[in-house]
Design a protein around this ligand. Structure first.
Ligand code: NAD
Length: 313
């Protein structure tokens, strides 16, 4: 395993990070024992950064991760989140954030997490995030409940605004840097570089769109993006490669991202994703994929309260 320093936190994190949302059955059902095997296998292979949230599976992912980490807590850097608890359930108040960490620590069976992140800040009122949420999180840091604090979300502008108005140690961005989209580098990479903020890139498989299985039903990408993903998977198969390996490899090559979080709940995915570290994509395939993705490159979708279905709620 390769390791990089996560910005000013100084944490030495594996370049492949363990995304624990699938432990909450977010994508599909996985048996608890298989989740435990996946977590143990990841630790055995040197993965030492784990990201979870009370939101994933409405606390199920934290519960399962806490169980799987019994006796292994000292081998990993553990990140969780606060502020998001359901699809439309958010509470970024100081009181909720303070209660939230206590609940997470209990589920995760630890007395301190390495990183506490405000989850999906674009759904909050930015004045509250910078004036109340992040200061409360700094107090939790001072009291020893978390070692560092960060923010997560989808629109780069929302993350930039929050990080420009209140100091944070890390930023987690998702679905903004992978084979289909690279606009992470327009806004967030320069910000993180100039401020020493640790940069975490999540969803290298574009939330399963860049896999042979394809996107889940709830995936927010427009049809033409899903279709391009399906064709890319075919193209890779025909070339004797796997789209997930090509996609993960692409993300691991980013020069400034400290860790790329890939969601896993199955041991076989852990093994395949570890293999991506030594995989080299055939340059001819890269050219073909670039050509295929060109019409949909950098397509994003409305998010936050502008998301279809959430508008006006
Ligand atoms: P992802 O792109 O990592 O895709 C995960 C999906 O791909 C899962 O269904 C998983 O089972 C499947 N998969 C993994 N490896 C595979 C392989 N080798 N072959 C085929 N399928 C494979 O998307 P993600 O899980 O959404 O993102 C990774 C992690 O980043 C999350 O688990 C979470 O920890 C974090 N994240 C955070 C936020 C946020 O804070 N707002 C948002 C998105 C993701």
């Amino acid at each position: 395993m390769e390791y990089r320093i996560l910005g000013r936190t100084g944490l030495r994190v594996s370049i492949i990070g363990y995304g624990a949302s699938p432990l909450g059955n977010v994508f599909s059902e996985t048996e608890s024992d298989e989740c435990t095997r996946a977590v143990h296998s990841a630790i055995d292979r040197g993965i030492n950064f784990f990201d979870v949230s009370p939101y994933y599976g409405r606390t199920l992912a934290e519960e399962r991760l806490g169980l799987a980490l019994r006796g292994k807590r000292d081998k990993v850097h553990l990140a969780t989140k606060c502020g998001r608890y359901g699809e439309t359930s958010f509470d970024f108040s100081a009181e909720r954030v303070t209660r939230s960490i206590e609940e997470s620590l209990k589920r995760l069976r630890t007395d301190c997490v390495d990183l506490l992140q405000a989850h999906d800040v674009e759904f909050g009122d930015v004045d509250q995030i910078v004036g109340e949420t992040l200061p409360a999180m700094r107090e939790l840091q001072a009291s020893g409940k978390c070692r560092f604090i960060g923010i997560t979300g989808y629109p780069p502008e929302a993350l930039r605004e929050a990080a420009s108005r209140h100091d944070v140690d890390t930023i987690l961005s998702y679905c903004r840097y992978n084979l289909m989209i690279t606009d992470l580098d327009d806004v967030l990479t320069p910000l993180c570089r100039s401020r020493g903020i640790g940069l975490i890139n999540a969803s290298p498989l574009h939330m399963r769109l860049l896999t042979d299985t394809g996107a889940p039903e709830w995936h927010p990408a427009p049809m033409e993006v899903r279709e391009a993903g399906r064709k890319a998977a075919e193209l890779c198969r025909a070339a004797g490669a796997s789209i997930s390996e090509v996609a993960l490899r692409f993300c691991l090559d980013h020069p400034h991202v400290a860790t790329t979080l890939v969601g896993m709940s199955k041991q076989r995915h852990v093994e395949t994703n570890i293999r991506a570290m030594s995989f080299q994509t055939d340059p001819a395939l890269v050219v073909q994929l670039d050509h295929l993705f060109a019409p949909v490159k950098n397509t994003s979708w409305p998010h936050g309260w502008d998301e279809p279905g959430l508008r006006g709620r």
